[in-house]
Design a protein around this ligand. Structure first.
Ligand code: GDP
Length: 258
């Protein structure tokens, strides 16, 4: 009856799941991403009780490409660049269908010059309100093209989120397009960004070479599935107050520069 059993593969050196299998789990989870909803302002967003992870960054920093690479989907984040959605907050659900366990939020890129001033001011308010007030926000991912470094607009954004990061909100700076840097340029960009990230983490990332992909995916999985939490542990904002938007965030893209 019993067939001769095949030799077992060498047992793992320890019982902890390897980094590789953690990355496989994380990437499988990210691949479930699907469009959930889009909203022009915070108060149009549904209230959710699952962890939310927001992606922010200057226009052209590589945010859409990074989201598409992480989710292994060609068009997902480019949906955020469709006419009518460029100034919107776009949400993507994660988890098996019917069992959403986290949400990714794509906030429009800022710093795009050809946007009417009124739209820029409106967007400053939407973005600041979202980042300060969204109660289920678990983490923020700031995309930054290291060839330009952190710009003044990124610094303003850092000021907006700093109080929440100090309260425990997760924060990651992704240095995009790492394939365009030499090894020493990459190392230098990392150390500078670490100084600027104030308690946040920093990773080099390349969509073309897949640098950092597994590491970032695993980090996001860990954020959304904190150890010991039956569901999610959600850092609450310190106040319900909606601040006046800071000067300087220049607003969303008017169109979809590719
Ligand atoms: P977004 O405006 O921040 O969403 O930026 P996009 O994702 O549209 O990317 C802006 C430009 O950077 C596009 O031309 C992309 O092809 C390019 N890009 C994005 N990620 C990478 C990368 O990892 N490596 C390289 N070489 N180019 C990239």
């Amino acid at each position: 009856m019993t067939s001769p059993s095949k030799p077992k593969p060498a047992a793992a050196k320890d019982s902890a799941p390897s980094a590789k299998s953690a990355a496989v789990t994380a990437l499988g989870w990210l691949h479930t991403a699907r469009f959930l909803t889009t909203a022009p302002q915070l108060h149009f967003l549904p209230e959710l009780d699952v962890p939310e992870i927001a992606f922010v960054g200057r226009s052209n920093a590589g945010k859409s490409t990074c989201i598409n690479t992480l989710t292994q989907q060609k068009q997902l984040a480019f949906a955020s660049k469709r006419p009518g959605r460029t100034q919107h907050i776009n949400l993507f659900a994660l988890g098996k269908q019917g069992a959403t366990d986290a949400v990714l939020t794509d906030l429009p890129g800022y710093g795009y010059a050809a946007v009417p001033k009124q739209d820029k001011i409106r967007w400053q308010q939407v973005m600041a309100n979202y980042l300060v007030s969204r109660s289920n926000l678990q983490g923020i991912v700031l995309m930054c093209d290291p060839r330009h470094g952190m710009t003044e607009l990124d610094e303003i954004l850092l000021d907006v989120i700093r109080p929440r990061v100090e309260e425990g909100l997760k924060f990651l700076v992704i240095l995009t397009k790492a394939d365009k840097l030499t090894r020493s340029e990459g190392a230098k960009a990392l150390s500078i960004a670490k100084l600027q990230a104030g308690g946040g983490q920093v990773r080099l990332f390349s969509a073309t070479k897949r640098t950092g992909l597994e590491d970032v995916a695993t980090l996001l999985w860990d954020w959304a599935h904190p150890a010991g939490a039956g569901g999610a542990s959600l850092p609450l904002p310190s106040t319900g107050a909606i601040p006046v938007a800071p000067e300087g965030l220049e607003g969303p893209e008017a169109s979809a520069p590719q």
